[in-house]
Design a protein around this ligand. Structure first.
Ligand code: G3I
Length: 392
C-alpha cells in the first residue's frame, strides 16, 4: 500500500466515524496532532508552486488586496514567484467600485490588473453579485422595481470593462444557505427578495453577453466536510447547478471556496468529497478551489505541532480534490500570514497570530507551502484538451 493509499485509509478511518462523540473527537484530535507531529512534508526540487501546478494542467494563485500587491513590494515579489493568478480580495466588490447608484470607480482594480499583466499573471474576478460588501446607498436605493435594472447595469458595465482581461469570474457568490428555509435552499438576500431565483440566470447571461470568453463560476463555502450543514449545502448547490445547466445558462464552473476549519478536519471524508466533485463534473462543469486556507484556531499553540496540522489539512484535502480531473484551478485566500482575514474574522482564543497560509509573516515558506507543493506533485495530470481557458 503506497503512502497516498495509507493516507486516504487513515483519513477515511478518522472521518468514517464522522458522528464522533466529544470524547472520541478529542481522542481523534490528539491522535491527529500526534500523526501530524510525525509528518515532515518533504518536497523534491525547487520549482515554485505555480510550476508544480502547471505541470499537471492546474492554475495556481492567490487572493491579494491592493495593499499586499501595490504597497508591499516584498510580498508582491514573493507572490509573483509562486503564483500565476491574482484574485483581488475586495477591490472588485460593489463597496469598492460603486460609490453611487450611477457611478463606477475602477482605478484600484485597474491598477491591480496592470500589476497582473506586467508580471504575466491572469486575473480572476471576485465577485459580480453578492449580498455582502454592498455600498451604503444600496439598502436605501434598491427595491423590487429597480433591482433588475441595477443588477444588469452592474454586471454589464463591470464585465464589459474587463472583457478579455479577466479570465474568469465569480459571477454569483454564496447564494445558497439551506438554514434560511427558502425554496431550493436559497439564501435570503435582497436579490432573491426582489427578483426570485432567476437573478442567478440573469447574472450569468448578462456576464456571458458582456464577455463571451470569460469562464463563469458559481462560488460558495461549507462544501467540504461530512457534517450535516455541509451535506445540506452540497445537495442544494448541486440542485442549483443542475437547474442552471438544464436551462442552458452559461455557467462553466463551480467555485469551492475551501476555507477549511481545523476543528472540522476530522470530519473530512474522502469518498464524500470525491462523490460531490464527480457529481459536479458530470454536469460538464469545471471546478475551481477559490479561497483555500486553514482556520487554525482549534489547533495547539505550539508551532511545531500547529504548522504540521495546518500542512496536513492542506495535503489531505488537496490530495483528494486534485484526483478529480475537472479541478483545474487552486487559489489560496491570501498568500502570507502577514495579511489574512482570519486574524480579525477567526482569531485564536490565546490571541496568538494565526498561521493559515503558505508563507509566514516574514514571507518564509512554511510546511503549508510544502504540503501544497506535494499535493500538486502527486496529482494526476489534467487532460490538456480540457484546459480551463476553453469553454466546452
Ligand atoms: O478598507 C476599510 C478601511 O478603510 C476601514 O477603516 C475598515 C474599518 O471598517 O474597513 C476596511 O474594509 C474592510 C475590508 O475587508 C478591507 O480590509 C471591511 O470592513 C471588511 O468587511 C472586509 O472584509 C472582507 C470580507 O470578505 C467582506 O468583504 C475580507 O477582507 C475578505 O477577506 C473577505 O473575503 C470573503 C470573500 O469575499 C467571500 N468568501 C469568504 C471570504 C472570507 O470572508
Amino acid at each position: 500500500m503506497n503512502r497516498r493509499q495509507l493516507l486516504l485509509l487513515g483519513l477515511g478511518a478518522v472521518s468514517g466515524a464522522s458522528t464522533l462523540g466529544l470524547g472520541q473527537w478529542l481522542h481523534h484530535r490528539a491522535t491527529r496532532a500526534q500523526q501530524a507531529r510525525d509528518r515532515t512534508f518533504p518536497v523534491t526540487g525547487t520549482q515554485p508552486l505555480w510550476q508544480r501546478a502547471a505541470a499537471k494542467g492546474i492554475t495556481f494563485g492567490a487572493s491579494a488586496t491592493r495593499r499586499e500587491i501595490l504597497e508591499d513590494p516584498d510580498l508582491a515579489q514573493r507572490f509573483v514567484e509562486d503564483c500565476r493568478m491574482l484574485v483581488p480580495a475586495n477591490e472588485l466588490k460593489w463597496k469598492t467600485i460603486r460609490p453611487s447608484a450611477t457611478e463606477y470607480q475602477f482605478e484600484v482594480p485597474d491598477a491591480m490588473l496592470a500589476f497582473a499583466q506586467q508580471h504575466g499573471l491572469i486575473m480572476h474576478g471576485h465577485t459580480l453579485v453578492w449580498h455582502n460588501s454592498l455600498p451604503d446607498w444600496f439598502a436605501e436605493t434598491v427595491n423590487a422595481s429597480n433591482a433588475e435594472q441595477i443588477l444588469v447595469d452592474h454586471v454589464q458595465t463591470v464585465a464589459t470593462h474587463y472583457a478579455g482581461q479577466i479570465r474568469s469570474w465569480d459571477v454569483v457568490n454564496e447564494a445558497i444557505l439551506p438554514e434560511h428555509d427558502q425554496p431550493n435552499g436559497l439564501r435570503k438576500t435582497p436579490w432573491l427578495e426582489f427578483l426570485g431565483e432567476d437573478y442567478l440566470d440573469l447574472a450569468f447571461r448578462v456576464a456571458h453577453g458582456a464577455d463571451p470568453q470569460a469562464l463563469l463560476l458559481y462560488n460558495d463555502f461549507n462544501l467540504d466536510f461530512a457534517v450535516r450543514q455541509d451535506e445540506r449545502k452540497r445537495r442544494a448547490v448541486l440542485g442549483l447547478l443542475e437547474r442552471l445547466t438544464a436551462k442552458g445558462v452559461p455557467i462553466h464552473a463551480l467555485g469551492i471556496q475551501g476555507h477549511l476549519s481545523g476543528a472540522q478536519v476530522p470530519h473530512f471524508d474522502a469518498e464524500v468529497m470525491r462523490r460531490f466533485l464527480r457529481d459536479v463534473a458530470s454536469l460538464g462543469l469545471k471546478i475551481f478551489i477559490t479561497e483555500l486556507d486553514v482556520i487554525d484556531k482549534a489547533f495547539p499553540a505550539d508551532l511545531s505541532i500547529r504548522d504540521r496540522m495546518v500542512a496536513a489539512a492542506y495535503e489531505d484535502y488537496l490530495s483528494v480534490v486534485l484526483e478529480e480531473p475537472a479541478v483545474v484551478s487552486v487559489a489560496t485566500w491570501g498568500f502570507s500570514d502577514r495579511y489574512t482575514w482570519l486574524n480579525s474574522f477567526h482569531p485564536r482564543e490565546d490571541e496568538l497570530p494565526v498561521r493559515p497560509l503558505p508563507l509566514d509573516e516574514n514571507l518564509q515558506p512554511k510546511l503549508a507551502w510544502n504540503a501544497i507543493a506535494r499535493a500538486f506533485d502527486q496529482a494526476p495530470p489534467r487532460d490538456p484538451n480540457r484546459g480551463e481557458t476553453q469553454q466546452e
